[in-house]
Each structure stands twice: as structure tokens, then as C-alpha cells.
Design a binder for this molecule. Structure first.
Ligand code: GLN
Ligand code: ZN
Length: 771
């Protein structure tokens, strides 16, 4: 039984790659220095896998920025706008690579970056390949070969990893009309096959081809392309051992297509889809054939220790039907989505030994894969019996721990009634009550919550966290910031003010730290895009609100002004989506626990005299399951969780929500179902086109479509904003329209923010005078 992994994290256990890249970009280190640091990381990662007994070690899973971009460069998919760099005197591969990733403004060049989007349902973002009708493919970068050779020099014959040709095309975008990118396959395939041949000729005996699209909704045509492509690959490479990797979902209705592809080993994700094993082993043709099955048993998307007893039952089942030669053991997907090394979590006051003992990060997962394989060997079993027992004890202690299970929370959840999901009165009535009470002008102006976070503010929080300043001093300093922000907003003439979120480093972590059921790692970084990493908080147990979370800051802000201050909270779905979550209960249940905690805060804010409360849900769309058929179930509980958090207040209290980076076309009915009194959304970059869906649906509640893009330092003019608002008015009734930026302003500077908001208020006032 072979062990392998699909990929290892690349950013470095101390984020060395992040630092090296950023230094290179700012001209502080040379290309050679960057390459040498990258090499050190690859070396280290190969060694760790060797030491932990991984039989087939991947190569080309490393990337300086993104593995999809790597393949684009390998296949010569370089959009026209970078051609000058290819031809020009600086025809350096690395320049082009980073230009596509981040844009390029140097030596008279000024080109924008390629688009970036989420890798399936993960928080990893890839660079979207751009295809034209006459797209040509040719070998441009030799990265897969170079990394294979590099490992070979260390006497490691790796298993090169490549994204499959079909998934690669599907991951991209047509940049002109009149063709379908899948039709490019016959031009792409010869280059791809030649690459495989070269790898084989240099000594690669096994190659992993990732085709995650095999778990997505596919058309008959797409399935046919899969068949055709793998026939051709097989024909060209009869002797190469091809591992076809699928992950993140069940093969579902693509199973027969997948099983019919002429490959040597099929990898399946048994964490996301445990039923898949039975489905495959029920196929007589598969069982009687020779194809190997790689069991993805160790969770590559989460940080929990593997339940060996459970995994062993899967392995035994596969072994009994397929025999030792045909069963491989692996993590469910690439370990890219897990943090590096639990051993680095040394501070017991942050992560207690009990909770730590329930976890495994990437390095620990390597060992788990090895141990699982060894545990099935009778000659090794006795020496490993204690490891199995330890594992069982850890799993048992987690199941029954009082740290996790809070009876009060469980009974609260049981006690949820239908009425808890409903506001007292329907929107129309609430609207008239609120209009009467709030007395806001037409086209009320507001912002999304955060204001620029200066170095001083960050330093203040850091000092407080380190215990260098007292509670009193910290409170005073934050209050000073709030007070300044309130007066600044009054000066600008905004209608609904915010406190500015100076006390928050991150909209999820802030609340996580104040709730029970959350823990935090110190080094649990996961790559989000390029050099950007996130350190998701970990939900390990029942969620309970320990006390007020935002009340004192919001109340203080309100005490400084006669205008209305909007309270600011993060919603249950976003809390869930941006954390590592429990795998011992359905996500829905965790979402409801979060919702109850937030509901209590909403009620407390109302009690403290706060009249408008915003519950942010920027992540609502990204929680959508990969398969359309699973969407309704998710949307049902996601909407319920939001409503649960929002419905504890009277009709007089106005509930806002905010969602960004989203297209809403396919989920507009669920967005309407949130029944927030006001929703603010990101629309300026689509020139309000996003509002189509809202208009078509006759979305009844109030909307604030973002009138300028906060991702850019550019200050929008009054005219631009007015034009956008006029356009918005063709979609939305005047009495329902709000005026606000696209998103929070924490990444901006005060100077540009002031100018932008001034113009925004100016545009609203001018328009008010007209209508
Ligand atoms: N209230 C948050 C802020 O302004 C919202 C952030 C978000 O939508 N991602 O920063
Ligand atoms: Zn936003």
C-alpha cells in the first residue's frame, strides 16, 4: 500500500516565501536570492515528507505565487498585454509571471494584473487563465521539468503534479466572443502531452493529474471531452503511471465517466464524500480491473486529528475488494489548505494541551497518512498499537469533553422556535415605522463600517494585547479615535455614522476572541493568494456569548453625536466561513450557535439605545456548495441563521446587512429572504449592473449599492458618483436607495477617504435637491 500526498503548503512554516516575494517586489533582494529561498523551501518540504515516510512525494506543487498561473506560463498562455514584456529587452520569465499576478509598472510598461478568483470552495485564490479564439499553446516555462530535475539531484524521484487539461481550460475565461474555451483542447493537448513525455523521459514514472472539475456539474459535452482527452493521453503515454486526482466533492453523476477514464490510479476525497468508496467498490468492472484507488482519508481542509479507527474501516473495506497493490493512502486533497506544523504552537495559554491534542496540521497529517498505512500491516501493528490507542483516546476525549459541549447552548438550540426567525412585522410596516422614527433624508449617506487603520492604531492594539498598556489607557485611546471619527463624519455631513472599528484587527477574529468555543493558533497561516496569508480562528466547541462584545464602543460613539450611529457586527455565515470549523456536527448547527450569540449582541445593542445595527455577511455567497443540487439546502440554513441573528429586535430597529465580491443573480431570492431592512453591496466596479438581478426580482427592501471602489486609492468625482446614482435610480425606487461606498475603508488612507466621502455626500445632496 503506497502513501502519497497531493501537494504540500508552500509559503513556508514561518511564511518565508511571503517575505522573500515581498522583498523581491520591493527591490530589496535579487531574483537569485528569491530563487534560492524558494529552493530551500522545496528542499525542506521534500525532506519532511521523506522523514515522515511518504512514498510518492510530489513536485511542481510548489509555486511562487499560484499553481494555475504556473501552468499558464508552462503552456504559454500569456495574454497579449504582456507580450511587450515577452518580446522586450526584459524578456524574463519571472517578470512576466509577476506581471500577470500583480500588474507591472516599470520601465515604461503599465499593465494590469490578471483576474483572480476563488479556487473551488476554498479561500485560496488563483489567477484566472485568459483565452482568445486563436489561442496558441507552446512550452514557455519549464518549471515542472526543473523541479523534477532538482529533486532528482537529491535522489528523490518525485511524482510531478499538474492540473489536468480539461480542468485547466474550465478554470479560465474566454476573453472574446465567438468560441468556447473547451474547443481549444486539441491545440492544448499536444503541448501538454509533450510535457508529460519529457517528464517521463527524464525518469518520472508516476504523474498526478488533478481534474477537480470531475466533481462539478458537467454537461454531456464536457464529459465527452474528458473521455477523448484521456484516451489521447493514454495512447501517447502507454507506460506512464497516471494518477487522476479528484477532490472537494462526490463524483456523483460523473462517476461512470470518471471510472471509464484510462488512468492507473484514481484519487477520491473520502472526507467530503465518504459514500464514494462504497459506490466505487460496488462497480464490478472497477473491482475486476487493475486501476488503483487512492483513498483521501486525512482531511486536507481542516485541522482535526484523523480518527484512525474510522479510517481503518475504510481501508479494510477497500483492501478486501482490491488487495494491497491497488490501495493507496492519502490526504483528501492538497495540504495547501492546512497550516504547517502544530509543533510550532508552543504557547499553552493560547492553545491548551487538551485542545492541541485534538489537532493535526500539515506536517502531522503526513505522519497520519504513514501510520494509517502501517496499521494495516500485521507485522507492524503490535508496535503501533499504542499509537492507535492514543489516537482513540484523543478522539474520545474530544467527543465527550466539557470544554466542547455546553448543555446551555444545546438546549438553547433545541428551544429555537419558528417565530425566532421572523421580525415582528413584515418589511413594509417596519419601513414606515423606521422612516417615521429615524427621520433620515432621502438618499441617506453612510459607510460600511471600518475607517483607515493607521500604524498608530495597529500599534495600540498590539501593545494592549501584549499587556504593555492598561485597560484604562487602551479604552481611552480607542475612544479618542472613535470621537475623532464621529466628528469627522459629522463634518463631512454623513447621515448614519459608524464608530470606525478601530478595536478590530479582523472582523472574524475580533468576535471569535470574545466568544467561547473559539481558539486561535499563533502560526496557523494558510495561503489566501500570492503572498497573502490568513490565520483562520478555530471553532472547536459550542459557541456562547460571554458578555457584551461591541456595546461599549458603539454606545460611546453614540454618546458623542446627535446623529444616528450604526452598530457593527459580523454575521453567522461569515464567522463560519472564515474559520476552521468543527467536523463533529453539521455546519448548520455551528451557524445556528453563532447566530444565537450574535442575536444576543443585537438585542443588547438595541437595549443600549442603538437604532441601526449592521450584520455583515460578505461570505454568504462563497458558502454555496460546488454542486447546484446542494445549493437549496445550504441557502435554507444560511438564510435562517442570518434571520435568527437579526430577528430579536423590535420593528423600530433597523437591521442592515452588507455583502461584497458577489454576484447575486442565482441567489437573489435568498438575498431577499434575509429580509434585512437595508442591504449594502459592492456594485461600482460593475457600473451598477449587479442591480439587474435586484430590479428583475423586484427586490422590496432598501439597498445601498456601493458608489465607489474602495480597493483603489483613486478619488471618485462628484459627477461619476452622480451618474452611478442616477443609474441606480433606474433600478431602485427613490425611497429605497442609500448612498455608500462599496465596502469598509480600513485599507485606505484618511486623506483620500475624506475626499472620496466628501464627493459622495456632495453627489447625494445635489441629487436630493433635484428629485
Ligand atoms: N464592516 C466591515 C468593514 O467595514 C465589512 C468588511 C467586509 O465586507 N469584508 O470593514
Ligand atoms: Zn464588503
Amino acid at each position: 500500500m503506497l502513501t502519497h500526498i497531493l501537494g504540500y503548503p508552500r509559503i513556508g512554516s514561518k511564511r518565508e516565501l511571503k517575505k522573500a516575494c515581498e522583498q523581491y517586489w520591493s527591490g530589496k533582494i535579487s531574483k537569485e536570492e528569491l530563487q534560492s529561498q524558494a529552493y530551500q523551501l522545496r528542499l525542506e518540504h521534500w525532506k519532511i515528507q521523506q522523514e515522515n515516510g511518504i512514498d510518492l512525494i510530489p513536485s511542481n506543487d510548489f509555486s511562487l505565487y499560484d499553481h494555475v498561473l504556473d501552468l499558464s506560463l508552462t503552456l504559454g498562455v500569456i495574454p497579449q498585454r504582456y507580450q511587450a514584456l515577452v518580446d522586450g529587452k526584459s524578456s524574463k520569465e519571472l517578470d512576466i509571471y509577476f506581471a500577470m499576478a500583480r500588474g507591472y509598472q516599470k520601465e515604461g510598461f503599465d499593465v494590469v494584473a490578471c483576474e483572480m478568483t476563488k479556487w473551488f470552495d476554498t479561500n485560496y485564490h488563483y489567477i484566472v487563465p485568459e483565452f482568445t479564439k486563436n489561442q496558441q499553446f507552446y512550452r514557455f516555462s519549464n518549471k515542472p521539468i526543473q523541479e523534477f530535475e532538482e529533486a532528482k539531484r537529491l535522489d528523490i524521484i518525485t511524482k510531478p503534479v499538474l492540473i489536468g487539461p480539461v480542468s485547466y481550460l474550465l478554470l479560465g475565461k474566454e476573453k472574446e466572443k465567438g468560441f468556447n474555451r473547451l474547443d481549444l483542447i486539441q491545440r492544448l493537448l499536444p503541448v501538454y502531452i509533450e510535457l508529460l513525455q519529457e517528464l517521463e523521459s527524464r525518469g518520472a514514472h508516476t504523474i498526478q493529474i488533478d481534474e477537480p472539475y470531475l466533481v462539478m456539474d458537467l454537461s454531456a459535452k464536457e464529459r465527452a471531452v474528458f473521455q477523448e482527452v484521456y484516451q489521447q493521453i493514454r495512447k501517447a503515454l502507454p507506460a506512464l503511471q497516471i494518477v487522476l486526482a479528484t477532490y472537494f466533492e462526490c463524483s456523483g453523476d460523473n462517476l461512470s465517466t470518471t471510472l471509464s477514464l484510462p488512468v492507473d490510479c484514481l484519487h477520491v476525497d473520502l472526507v467530503r464524500c465518504p459514500s464514494q468508496l462504497g459506490d466505487i467498490l460496488d462497480q464490478e468492472a472497477f473491482v475486476n480491473g487493475t486501476t488503483k484507488l487512492s483513498l483521501g482519508l486525512v482531511d486536507g481542509r481542516n485541522i482535526w486529528k484523523n480518527d484512525f479507527t474510522n479510517s481503518l474501516s475504510f481501508i479494510e473495506k477497500a483492501l478486501s475488494k482490491l488487495g494491497e497493490e491497488r490501495v493507496w493512502i492519502a490526504p483528501s486533497c492538497s495540504l495547501l489548505h492546512t497550516p504547517y506544523d502544530l509543533d510550532l504552537e508552543k504557547d499553552e495559554s493560547v492553545l491548551t494541551p487538551t485542545i492541541k491534542n485534538w489537532m493535526a496540521f500539515a506536517k502531522q497529517k503526513l505522519k497520519e497518512v504513514r501510520t494509517l498505512a502501517d496499521l494495516t500491516k500485521p507485522q507492524l501493528f503490535s508496535s503501533l498499537a499504542s499509537i492507535l490507542t492514543e489516537n482513540q483516546q484523543a478522539i474520545e476525549s474530544r467527543k465527550s469533553s466539557t470544554l466542547i459541549h455546553r448543555p446551555t447552548v444545546k438546549s438553547q438550540i433545541q428551544g429555537i422556535k419558528n417565530a425566532d426567525f421572523e421580525r415582528e412585522a413584515p418589511f413594509a410596516l417596519r419601513q414606515s415605522i423606521q422612516k417615521e422614527l429615524l427621520r433620515l433624508p432621502l438618499l441617506p449617506t453612510t459607510t460600511i463600517g471600518s475607517f483607515p487603520q493607521t500604524t498608530e492604531v495597529r500599534q495600540l492594539r498590539a501593545n494592549y494585547k501584549k499587556g504593555l498598556i492598561s485597560d484604562e489607557v487602551y479604552t481611552q485611546e480607542v475612544e479618542t479615535e472613535i470621537k475623532k471619527a464621529i466628528h469627522w463624519q459629522e463634518e463631512l455631513g454623513l447621515d448614519v455614522l459608524v464608530h470606525g472599528e478601530f478595536e478590530r484587527n479582523d472582523m472574524v477574529e475580533y468576535f471569535g476572541e470574545l466568544l467561547s468555543g473559539y481558539v486561535f493558533s499563533q502560526n496557523g497561516w494558510v495561503q489566501s493568494y500570492g503572498s497573502r496569508c490568513v490565520k483562520p480562528p478555530i471553532i472547536f466547541g459550542d459557541i456562547e456569548r460571554k458578555g457584551d462584545m461591541t456595546v461599549r464602543w458603539t454606545k460611546y460613539a453614540q454618546s458623542q453625536t446627535s446623529k444616528i450611529v450604526k452598530g457593527m457586527l459580523t454575521g453567522p455565515i461569515t464567522m463560519l466561513q472564515w474559520s476552521f470549523v468543527r467536523d463533529d456536527q453539521p455546519r448548520r448547527l455551528t451557524a445556528f450557535q453563532l447566530a444565537l450569540a450574535i442575536r444576543e449582541e443585537v438585542v443588547a445593542l438595541e437595549k443600549a439605545g442603538i437604532k441601526i445595527i449592521q450584520i455583515d455577511e460578505p461570505a454568504i455567497r462563497e458558502g454555496l456548495p460546488l454542486r447546484k443540487e446542494n445549493a437549496p439546502i445550504y441557502l435554507d440554513w444560511a438564510v435562517k441563521a442570518f434571520r435568527l441573528s437579526a430577528s430579536g429586535v423590535s420593528n423600530r430597529t433597523q437591521i442592515h446587512t452588507h455583502a461584497c465580491y458577489s454576484e447575486f443573480n442565482d441567489i437573489i431570492d435568498s438575498i431577499a429572504d434575509l429580509d434585512a431592512d437595508v442591504i449594502t453591496i459592492e456594485t461600482s466596479r460593475s457600473q451598477m449592473e449587479l442591480l439587474d438581478a435586484f430590479a428583475e426580482f423586484k427586490y422590496p427592501n432598501e439597498i445601498g449599492p456601493g458608489v465607489y471602489d474602495i480597493h483603489s486609492p483613486r478619488v471618485p468625482t462628484v459627477e461619476e458618483i452622480t451618474t452611478l446614482l442616477e443609474k441606480a435610480l433606474t433600478y431602485i425606487p427613490l425611497e429605497n436607495l442609500w448612498v455608500n461606498p462599496d465596502c469598509g475603508l480600513k485599507t485606505r488612507h484618511w486623506e483620500e477617504t475624506e475626499k472620496a466621502l466628501k464627493n459622495m455626500v456632495g453627489a447625494a445632496e445635489a441629487l436630493r435637491a433635484e428629485v
